[in-house]
Design a protein around this ligand. Structure first.
Ligand SMILES: *Cc1c(COP(=O)(O)O)cnc(C)c1O
Length: 347
C-alpha cells in the first residue's frame, strides 16, 4: 500500500525507537524530565523564542494559544482554510468562549489590508478584536508557504491596533525547507508559535507552543487544566529531538516527491492540477468528472491511498515512508486507470 493520505502516517524509524529507548526520563509535572526540558529548550532556540512547552497535539498547542491570548467574548481573526476553524472540533467556542471572524484569502493567504479592515473599532456593542491567527504552511490550501512580507505587514497592523498574533506552524519546517528562510525569521512577528513533530518530522506524537516566558507559563497552567499534564514523556521528547536532528534536514526530499507526483498527474486528462502550485509536500488536484469518491475507491483498490478535500478535490501528501520509487509506482497505477482520455478509449 502506498499511503499518501497524510504525512502523519509515518512510523518511528529504528534510530528513533532507539533514541526513545535510551531516553533519560523524570516526572514532567514536576518539571523533572531532562529530555522534555532539552526538547523545549531546543525548540525555543530554533524558533527564537524565550520558552516552549511540550504538548500532546497541535490542536492543544493552538487552543492553549487562543486561551492565553483572549477572554470570553473576544474575537479571533482567521482565514477560511485554516486548521483552527476547520479541524479542531469547535474548540475555540468551547474552551475559550471566543467568536471567529473568518476572512477569505487567496490560497489561504491574507493581506494586511484585509486584516486591518476586519479589526473592529472598539464600540462596546462589538466583540473585542483580540488575536490574529495565521497558518504556515497552509494545509487546506495545498501546503502553501505564507509569504514573509504578508506576515510582517499583518504583524505591523496587529501591533498598531493592540492585537496579539499566533502562528499555527504545524508544518513550519516545510516552509523553511522550501524557501531556506529559517524558522526563527518566520516566527519573529508572532507572539506565539505552535509547531508539530508528528507531521513530516515523523515523531509518533507531540507539538510545542513557543513564546515569551510569561505567556508560556500561563499556557503551562492551562495545559494542566486541559488535561495535558504528562509524566515520564522523555520517551516522546526523545523522538522529537531525533526528528529535529535527522528528519528536518531531509524534508526537501518530500517536496521533490510531491513535485514529481504533481507533474505526473498533470499529464492525465482525467485530472487538473497546476504543478507550479505545489510548493511543499502537499498535492491537491481536481477530478474532471464524476467526483473524488470513485477515484479514491479505485486507487485504494489498486494500492494507493489519498483523501478527499472537497467533492471533486483530492489531496496526496508525501512523507518519509514513501520513496520516489513509490511515487513512480503510484503514477503508473493512475496512468493505467486514468491515462487514456475517454475519447481515446472509445476509439
Ligand atoms: C495537523 C495540524 C494541526 C494539529 O493537529 P493534531 O492532529 O492535533 O496534532 C494543526 N494545524 C495544522 C495546520 C495541521 O496540519
Amino acid at each position: 500500500m502506498i499511503d499518501l493520505r497524510s504525512d502523519t502516517v509515518t512510523r518511528p524509524t529504528e534510530g528513533m525507537r532507539r533514541a526513545m529507548y535510551e531516553a533519560e526520563v523524570g516526572d514532567d509535572v514536576f518539571g523533572e524530565d531532562p529530555t522534555v526540558n532539552q526538547l523545549q529548550g531546543r525548540v525555543a532556540e530554533i524558533l527564537g523564542k524565550e520558552a516552549a512547552l511540550f504538548v500532546p497535539s497541535g490542536v492543544m498547542g493552538n487552543q492553549l494559544a487562543l486561551k492565553i491570548h483572549s477572554r470570553p467574548g473576544d474575537e479571533v481573526i482567521l482565514e477560511r482554510a485554516c486548521h483552527i476553524f476547520n479541524y479542531e472540533s469547535g474548540a475555540p467556542g468551547v474552551l475559550s468562549g471566543v467568536q471567529l471572524n473568518i476572512l477569505d484569502g487567496e490560497r489561504g493567504i491574507l493581506t494586511a489590508d484585509q486584516v486591518e479592515s476586519a479589526i473592529r473599532p472598539g464600540f462596546y456593542w462589538e466583540a473585542r478584536s483580540r488575536l490574529v491567527c495565521l497558518e504556515n504552511t497552509v494545509n487546506k490550501a495545498g501546503g502553501v508557504v505564507y509569504p514573509l512580507e504578508n506576515t510582517q505587514a499583518i504583524a505591523e497592523v496587529a501591533q498598531a491596533k493592540g492585537l496579539r498574533l499566533h502562528l499555527d506552524g504545524a508544518r513550519l519546517w516545510n516552509a523553511t525547507a522550501a524557501t531556506g528562510i529559517d524558522e526563527a525569521t518566520y516566527a519573529a512577528p508572532f507572539d506565539t508559535v505552535n509547531v508539530c513533530l508528528s507531521k513530516g518530522l515523523g515523531a509518533p506524537v507531540g507539538s510545542l507552543l513557543a513564546g515569551p516566558k510569561d505567556l508560556i507559563e500561563e499556557a503551562h497552567r492551562y495545559r494542566k487544566l486541559f488535561g495535558g499534564g504528562m509524566r515520564q514523556v522523555g520517551v516522546l521528547a526523545a523522538a522529537g529531538l531525533y526528528a529535529l536532528d535527522h528528519q528536518r534536514p531531509r524534508l526537501a526530499e518530500d517536496h521533490a516527491k510531491a513535485r514529481r507526483l504533481a507533474e505526473g498527474i498533470a499529464d492525465l486528462p482525467a485530472f487538473s492540477i497546476d504543478p507550479d502550485s505545489v510548493e511543499t509536500n502537499i498535492v491537491m488536484f481536481d477530478v474532471a468528472a464524476g467526483g473524488a469518491s470513485p477515484v479514491l475507491a479505485a486507487l485504494q483498490e489498486a494500492g494507493v491511498r489519498m483523501v478527499p478535500f472537497g467533492p471533486a478535490t483530492i489531496r496526496a501528501t508525501t512523507h518519509r515512508d514513501v520513496s520516489m520509487e513509490d511515487i513512480e509506482s503510484a503514477l503508473r497505477v493512475m496512468e493505467r486507470l486514468y491515462g487514456a482520455s475517454v475519447a481515446a478509449r472509445d476509439a
